[in-house]
Design a protein around this ligand. Structure first.
Ligand code: AGP
Length: 590
């Protein structure tokens, strides 16, 4: 998953593109590059590394010209090296292209082109550039050459192309990968995410699949797959530029954890009629399946418990990458709830497309306004937690839980009561953050060199054990596993050794006593017990005290310490919690 940006305006373009790229770095940071057109030449600089590193070496913002494109890469095809960094060019360096997506038939196309074209990279993107080049040789305008090229591509793309043979324009197209247009005052952007240009304009045109934008300093022309002009007004995106800044914190992750309690308030502030409407659709559905990945799936697992426990509504949760294998059980009586912070996760979108084709109704729970998933859904509920820049889900995970609570209470026709309880919770949870920070920092100092952590819990809290383990793995690179507490003795307990950290999530609810006894079984084998609970127990080697809440709300009570523990362990191990290795904020590849 990568980030692309294009800009055309009156001022020098490369500094604007560079600044926009810094807001997209959460989408990939293996390499960065910028290309501009000046004096009838393509000027291009790129290198491996994060933007700041590449900028420090090559002054990306020094490229002259009022039209430029830029790219931050998360490697899919080809190792992380300079030749594979974007932008890519054609044989003669007369065009430049940046791309986010995967061209599935790129090898076959490359073999067809290799006789006449010289390739310098292993990427699928370079193939696109040479294809466009071959059509430009006919003297076609850039948009015509791009259209002809698209006819040969299979797979996903969001791309922006510039050419000295048709200067003064950016041609941009999308299929399955996100692409939006920013409309400023005599200046225009095209980007993977509106966040990248909010400092300059919040007027956004959301492109649909198979649309093409031809952007010049006169404006934006939008065309559909048949080449027919599409009239679409820009909409105002409510997010503010400074929401996507660190506000003085070392990392976005800490800022966004701190925003967690406030996120409860924002997520609980919904159009109640809309929530009731969605809830009734779910309640009345013959079959309900929730599709999600990663942390969003753990939120879904808690939602599943809430629907059953509070509204006696059974539903199933399917890992989105496995969704296609359940297709035969989807029909017009099915409601699919798609949960995705980014609204761009390809696994989720593929599942939704398949479910829609079978007649299912789609409800999405998303954060990013205008995201592809939101626009594919029959009904959408928004997290309202603002931009989440850290690759790891923190405040968005909390917001997803809140939406599931609201739906469950709405199904009981007690939505107002649910909103009141949730808003009341956020104050207590806020307090636990301050109380636990110091002890979690000390704990990180004690355990940072451990190789394995085990998180155990029961009932509704089990998904929190999985989420806690995922946070630790993806941020500190320590192996961790979330286990149902009762399952440990059926095998995994063989891995418990002297000093093995076991995080026992054992709030004072119906699961407390049995989880404690499972923790004692590990302690008997030398485990170091970290008790996440509002109730003390002498078996804890470290007690992380959480607020006492109604049983059903304990997931919201235990979540902050789990996020903070992962954050402090990552920092103690010298990792960058905002940009963990090998990961991206939104996985738009299969
Ligand atoms: C969460 O910390 C991870 N970054 C990852 O598991 C994430 O939850 C998953 O990729 C789903 O992303 P989405 O919510 O944007 O679909």
């Amino acid at each position: 998953m990568c980030g692309i940006v294009g800009f055309i305006g009156k001022e020098q373009a490369s500094p604007v593109v560079l600044r926009a790229l810094t807001r997209l770095e959460y989408r990939g940071y293996d390499s960065a590059g910028v290309a501009s057109i000046y004096d009838n030449e393509i000027l291009l600089k790129k290198d491996v590394g994060k933007i700041a590193e590449v900028q420090g070496k090559y002054a990306l913002d020094g490229l002259p010209g009022n039209i430029a494109i830029g790219h931050v890469r998360w490697a899919t095809h080809g190792v992380v090296n300079v030749p594979n960094a974007h932008p890519h060019t054609d044989c003669e360096g007369k065009l430049a292209i940046v791309h986010n997506g995967i061209i599935e038939n790129y090898q076959e196309l490359r073999h067809q082109l290799e006789g006449e074209h010289h390739f310098v990279s292993e990427t699928d993107t370079e193939v696109i550039g040479h294809l466009i080049e071959s059509y430009m040789k006919n003297g076609d305008p850039l948009e015509k050459a791009v259209t002809a090229t698209l006819g040969q591509l299979e797979g996903s793309y969001a791309m922006a192309v510039i050419s000295v043979d048709d200067p003064g324009k950016i041609v941009a197209v999308r299929r399955s990968s996100p692409l939006v247009i920013g409309v400023g005052d005599g200046e225009y952007f095209v980007a993977s995410d509106a966040l990248s240009f909010l400092e300059k304009t919040n007027q956004v045109i959301f492109m649909e699949d198979d649309e093409m934008a031809v952007i010049t300093d006169d404006g934006v022309m939008l065309y559909n797959k048949k080449g027919k002009q599409v009239k679409r007004k820009a909409v105002k995106v409510e997010w503010e530029w400074d929401q996507a800044s660190k506000n003085g914190h070392d990392y976005f992750m800490l800022k966004e954890i701190i925003e967690g309690p406030e996120a409860i308030q924002s997520a609980a502030t919904q159009d109640k009629k809309h929530v009731m409407d969605v809830a009734m659709n779910i309640l009345r559905a013959k079959q309900v399946i929730i599709a999600a990945c990663g942390s969003s799936r753990y939120a879904a697992l808690i939602g599943r418990y809430l629907f059953s426990q509070l509204a006696s509504k059974f539903c199933d949760v399917v890992m989105a990458s496995e969704f296609q294998y359940f297709a035969s059980s989807i029909d017009k009586h099915t409601v699919v709830i798609a949960v995705s912070q980014s609204g761009e996760t390809l696994d989720v979108m593929e599942g939704v497309k398949l479910a829609k084709a079978k007649g299912a109704k789609i409800v999405s729970i998303v954060n990013v306004p205008g995201s592809s998933l939101a626009r594919m859904s029959h009904k959408a509920l928004y997290l309202n937690c603002g931009p989440e820049i850290c690759v790891a889900a923190t405040k968005s995970f909390i917001s997803q839980l809140v939406i599931f609570y609201l739906l469950a209470f709405a199904m009981m026709n007690k939505l107002d009561q649910g909103v009141k309880k949730l808003k009341g919770l956020s104050v207590g949870i806020n307090g636990s953050f301050a109380e636990n920070s110091q002890s979690l920092m000390t704990l990180a100092d004690k355990l940072y060199d451990q190789g394995n952590f085990y998180y155990i819990a029961r009932g509704i809290n089990f998904a929190m054990a999985s989420e806690g383990a995922l946070k630790l793995k993806e941020l500190s690179y320590i192996h961790a596993e979330g286990m149902p507490a009762g399952e440990l003795k059926h095998g995994t307990i063989a891995l418990i050794e002297e000093g093995t950290p076991v995080v026992a999530i054992c709030p004072n609810d119906e699961t407390y006593h049995e989880t404690i006894s499972n923790a004692i079984e590990t302690k008997a084998r030398g485990a170091f017990i970290i008790g996440i609970s509002d109730r003390y127990n002498e078996i804890y080697d470290e007690w992380i005290k959480v607020p006492e809440v109604e049983d059903i709300f304990y997931p919201l009570s235990v979540v902050l310490p789990l996020q903070l523990m992962a954050y402090y362990l990552a920092i103690r191990r010298g990792k960058d919690p905002d940009k963990p290795r090998n990961l991206a904020k939104s996985v738009t590849v299969k």
